[in-house]
Ligand binder design. Sequence first.
Ligand SMILES: Cc1ncc(COP(=O)(O)O)c(C=O)c1O
Length: 392
Amino acid sequence: MDTLLEWRKEFPILDKTVYMISHSLGAMPRRTSLRLQEYADLWATRGIRAWDEGWWNMPVQIGDLIGNIIGAGPGEVVMHQNVSICQSVIASCFDWSGKRNKIVSESLNFPSNLYIYHGLEKVGARLVTVPSEDGISVPLEKMLQAIDEQTQLVSISHVIFLSSFIQDVRAIVNRAHEVGALVVADIYQSAGTVPLNVRELDLDFATGGSVKWLCGGPGAGYLYVRRDLWPGLEPRLTGWMADREPFAFEAGPIRYAPDAFRFLNGSPNIPGLYAARSGYEVIAEVGADNIRAKSIAQTSLLIDLALEAGFKVNAPRDQNKRGGTVAIDVPNGKEVTRELLSRDFLVDYRPRAGIRVAPHFYSKNEELELIIREIRKIIDTGTYGHPSRASA
Ligand SMILES: Cc1ncc(COP(=O)(O)O)c(C=O)c1O
């Protein structure tokens, strides 16, 4: 008896689709509509007073809900719009012109992150990316070897977005700290499906967003910074909310706030935060360990079914090294994906990975069988027809 299936009532789209895309856009909880209505009602009835009556503190208040999920303390997480901004805020805290100018990352890190670090090459940074040998995993030894006394920042994805490979964050943090480097983990593909604790991992920074496993919708990314680092970090990507007295409206230079507000910049995306809140609440209620136990069982089943059907699977076989997504690599994967979408099987396609399929706590085992059968049917009947229009 799978008691988590009780949650299906909370997600309207599950009645109409086989929803296997929570690695990309988690299903919307029913209560999100109420939250967004609350936002509109407050604005409509309280006007400008809404800032004092809740909006101003939302970036930290909603951050606390995330903190609860990822093991951060109260006031240690601030909300931004997305991961790209959070990574840029972090990168802007450092001087890249000196001897300690190296950034170590993996070639399978999310492209936004690498784009930002490549940009820093113009101001003196040296980016070293450790390649994957199999397109799935990142060789730990090579990561550790790349981190040396000239390394300022190590930037890793906890779970690799293409293959779902889980990196050994603790080993990487230990090595980085040994040589005086700091570590940022992109936890977008772990928070909400693979339990983690930023304090136990001794991370310096962590960032992620709400769109995927947390079912919080677009427009809300989060940034955790280890508390003892705050006084020494002065982001150049900044704004008036980061000043210690924003309502003094004094001309610069900025005097950074002593708390996590120092990592904010301009006005926050308030409606995005209202929407995100409902997702975070649901995930906390369901419980990270319950989600993980079910995810391991379902991704294992999915891999077995895919292999039985004769498909190639681009995901780690070891369940302890695998996050919530299974990439299934079939010929004409992009076109097959388009056909699946038109039949209400919601998945996506990524080059070098395949069709990404992700059950979440609200998924039924029978849906896994259905999707594998559907992929087989599409391939056998050749009904994917028209390459190139595929949205992926
Ligand atoms: C691991 C990871 N990091 C970052 C992103 C993108 O983040 P954002 O759009 O919030 O900048 C994604 C997916 O979109 C992702 O999977």
